[in-house]
Design a protein around this ligand. Structure first.
Ligand SMILES: Cc1cc2nc3c(=O)[nH]c(=O)nc-3n(C[C@H](O)[C@H](O)[C@H](O)COP(=O)(O)OP(=O)(O)OC[C@H]3O[C@@H](n4cnc5c(N)ncnc54)[C@H](O)[C@@H]3O)c2cc1C
Length: 402
């Protein structure tokens, strides 16, 4: 079995990379360990409307709801409202993630990509120490898939990077553990994605309520693994739901548990190998949103891969253009937001309440960027500002440089 490219994982990052590589002339195979693309759904299903400009999806079967914006609630319930176009990677549409992923797969197949389901990569295939594809397992059968380029699109639990010697192991302070119910018979007529902050509500993270239809919503929680213990995410989520009258008569129609990397991007390129999406840690460390970066990064990866195939040069020197373009496009922002995340983590509930009071009438450029830090710096009381400067002086200088 010989291809130009083997993509491990049929999530959004894998499908988009495969599509753009194939559209530009490469012979591509996706392998996927699961038995259905996009299932089970492990997602809050929020995404920015900027994807409208990208020609990634046709029609609107994947759209569950169009959002007017986001509302962020501080621990004492003070609300900061942000319009959809300013509200970051996770607000704009609430989607049917299974259909979304299947649509991306359909476009890949239309471009000539082959997909092999129930097939798991078990190691890299190497000859004379060079990556030459993957060893795979399908039911009881083990076999080799030869390819000039291996794409690690294998999500948060990625092994491909590790097998290639890239440091992808996540520190517990860089991992959110999540739980989510899809609840029905909910009163959610407002088209807003709601975010709830506070150390008691969700330590190191937040609770979200994303309305899918007028009576069904995804209600989830992400908490930092370093501040968490077994079962804590579900316990805190159950408590939140119990105390909110909107959910009094609701019942769950889906439950999921998963993890999100909230880390800095890792190295993404080796000779004959590229990492994309969550495997590359291309997730916004503040919001935990990764979908837009899967699409942006996947397109860049696919195009560079096709160029390498045409030139028959699969070296790191050629493939590094992918990493450089991602840096320009969104990785700088991820690094900046990582530093902001660390500053936010140090804030107690009292400071968050104070800030929400001060910020509730501010028009943000974007909720998850340097604009937020600038506003925080303006609004913080002098004593807190001085403490932050002493503790985070170096980080604030770095943020200004990025
Ligand atoms: C609870 C939760 C809520 C979230 N909410 C949002 C949100 O609202 N908005 C947002 O933008 N992001 C959200 N995210 C993050 C988002 O889901 C991820 O960023 C996105 O799924 C990453 O896509 P991917 O293609 O990189 O990986 P994935 O979608 O994880 O796909 C990886 C694929 O690789 C397959 N695979 C893994 N290992 C192998 C192997 N060895 N062989 C073959 N196949 C393999 C897996 O089965 C899987 O299908 C959320 C995540 C979680 C867990």
């Amino acid at each position: 079995m010989k291809y130009d490219v083997v993509v491990v994982g049929s999530g959004p990052a894998g499908c988009v990379t495969a599509r753009f590589a194939a559209e530009n002339g490469a012979k591509v195979l996706i392998i996927e360990r699961r038995s259905e693309v996009g299932v089970p759904v492990l997602c809050g299903e929020g995404i920015s409307r900027k994807i409208d400009e990208w020609d990634m999806l046709e029609g609107d079967r994947w759209v569950a709801g169009r959002m007017d914006g986001a509302r962020i609630y501080s621990p004492d319930g003070t609300k900061v409202t942000v319009s959809a176009d300013k509200a970051g990677n996770e607000t704009g549409y609430v989607i049917y993630r299974d259909i979304f992923d299947q649509e991306l797969a359909r476009r890949a197949v239309k471009a000539g990509v082959k997909i092999m389901m129930n097939t798991m990569a078990i190691s890299l295939l190497k000859k004379n120490d060079k990556i030459k594809g993957v060893k795979a397992k399908r039911f009881d059968e083990e076999f080799d898939i030869e390819a000039d380029i291996v794409v690690g699109a294998d999500g948060v639990e990625s092994k491909i990077g590790q097998w290639a010697g890239i440091k992808t192991i996540l520190n517990p302070k860089d991992l959110e553990t999540c739980a989510q119910y899809t609840l029905t018979n909910v009163d959610c007529k407002d088209a807003y994605c709601d975010f709830y902050l506070g150390k008691e509500i969700a330590p190191g993270g937040y609770v979200w309520v994303f309305p899918k239809t007028k009576d069904t919503a995804n209600v989830g929680i992400g908490i930092l693994a370093s501040l968490s213990e077994a079962g804590m995410a579900k316990k805190l989520l159950d408590k939140f739901i119990e105390n909110d009258p909107r959910f009094k008569n609701s019942e769950p129609i889906r439950f999921l548990a998963g993890a999100v990397p909230v880390a800095n991007p890792v190295e993404t390129v080796r000779d004959n190998l590229i990492l994309v999406g969550d495997a590359a840690r291309h997730v916004d460390p503040i919001t935990g949103g990764g979908l837009t970066h899967c699409l942006e990064g996947g397109k860049i990866a696919g195009e560079i891969i096709a160029k390498a195939v045409k030139q028959k040069d699969f070296s790191k020197e050629i493939l590094i253009e992918y990493e450089n373009k991602c840096k320009e496009s969104f990785c700088q922002k991820i690094k900046r937001n990582y530093l902001v995340k660390e500053i936010l983590l140090d804030m107690d509930d009292k400071t968050l309440n104070y800030l929400a009071h001060e910020l509730k009438d501010v028009k943000f450029d974007e909720i998850s960027t340097y604009g937020l830090v600038k506003e925080l710096a303006k609004k913080l009381p002098l004593s807190t500002k001085l403490k932050a400067l002493i503790k985070h002086g170096e980080k604030i200088r770095e943020i200004k440089k990025i």
